[in-house]
Design a protein around this ligand. Structure first.
Ligand code: TXA
Ligand code: MG
Length: 343
């Protein structure tokens, strides 16, 4: 199969919508990361997603809609707290876990009684869903185990020959996947942090809880609220180590480790902030230390770049785990197997 890449235009959206209606897969831009979309109500189309990604069948998919009016048909109930979050943060980088209606195939929900629903902010994504006339199930468009794609080029690297078309909407603005929030009860539980932060949810609902596995690895016997937590996503081939502490300590520790690695014949690279001085050492930028949203937007591209360049060790600067920084630290932490050195 040849994979076409087409910039977003009314014609390209119509072509992609026809593919979705015909049960095919389309790489689609969203404000978070690129998705691998299929008709959410067509079980055969949904199966193709798992095949193209190499995704385990027990990891459920998010269903994307183009307006809130489409939601009552997809869920059994919208609890009051969920309604408030929808009003406050949609369209936007938030997925709500709700009790699923029977029309959602079990392939989508991986046999669970709930379904993740998202109304994306990306206009191209909403236009595609509206043109298809069906909700679109879409996981991130990476092969399983690779960082989520934040450009159409990333999608092409992973999906060339596996899908008929990629809609190119440019680089994703947020750069990390949506916040996944269990909204089935009174207190929302953040299962995966993203652009809608715990602080923002707290502001609207008055209460919020963050799943303990957002910043720690799972051990055997732990209760898994979200199947995605079980899998080691976002792992570059380079061994990844995170340094956390006062900036001057972090910079000194990273430089010392870097030099020791060079002496040992390794090929290290630093994921660091623009304001920090690492001398001539190889550095991939996480943007400004003052704007953690830049680290969010750049992290996945940086992880891909490490592998392309054949770096063997990544030495990463931590960001403060508040606001969007929690999402950055969750993704960085998982890439590093939560190997964080306090300095
Ligand atoms: O930003 C995003 O959310 C992107 C774009 C394309 O919308 N999509 C995305 O999908 O990141 P995916 O499949 O890569 O990640 C979905 C996560 C997984 O960790 C999955 O386990 C969790 O959401 N999830 C989905 N449905 C769930 C459910 N019913 N209960 C608990 N967790 C669920
Ligand atoms: Mg994913």
């Amino acid at each position: 199969m040849k994979t076409k890449v087409k910039p977003v235009s009314p014609e390209a959206i119509e072509e992609a919508a026809q593919l979705i209606r015909a049960g095919e897969l389309v790489g689609m831009p969203t404000e978070t990361v690129y998705g691998l979309g299929a008709n959410a109500l067509d079980e055969n189309a949904v199966r193709k997603i798992f095949e193209a990604k190499g995704r385990p069948g027990d990891n459920p998919l998010i269903v994307h809609v183009s307006s809130v009016e489409e939601i009552p048909a997809l869920v059994r109930e919208i609890p009051a707290a969920a309604r408030k979050l929808m009003d406050a943060f949609w369209p936007g980088p938030m997925t709500l876990i709700l009790p699923k209606a029977d029309c959602i195939p079990s392939a989508v929900s991986a046999g669970l009684d709930t379904v993740g629903i998202r109304l994306p902010a990306s206009e191209a994504a909403r236009a595609l869903i509206a043109a298809a006339g069906r909700p679109i199930a879409a996981p991130s468009a990476n092969r399983s185990g690779k960082p989520s794609p934040t450009t159409a080029q990333h999608v092409f690297e992973d999906m060339d020959g596996r899908i008929p078309m990629i809609l190119d909407g440019g680089a994703c603005e947020v750069g990390v996947e949506s916040s996944v929030i269990d909204a089935t009860g009174e207190v929302p539980i953040i299962l995966r942090p993203g652009g809608i932060t715990p602080e923002m949810v707290q502001e609207v609902i008055g209460r919020v809880s963050v799943d303990e596995h957002v910043m720690s690895p799972l051990s055997e016997g732990d209760i898994v609220r979200s199947p995605g937590m079980k899998y080691k996503h976002y792992a570059p081939k380079a061994k990844t180590v995170i340094f956390d502490g006062a900036p001057e300590n972090v910079i000194a520790a990273i430089c010392a480790r870097y030099d020791a690695l060079i002496a040992a014949g390794e090929k290290p690279a630093i994921l660091g902030f623009d304001e920090h001085d690492f001398g001539e050492r190889t550095r991939i930028s996480l943007g400004s230390v003052k704007r953690p949203n830049e680290a969010a937007a750049r992290l996945f591209g940086a992880l891909r770049e490490l592998d392309e360049r054949g770096e063997t060790v990544a030495l990463c600067e931590a960001v403060e785990a508040t606001g969007i920084g929690l999402a950055v630290m969750n993704r960085m932490g998982r890439a590093a197997g939560f190997d964080i050195e306090r300095v």
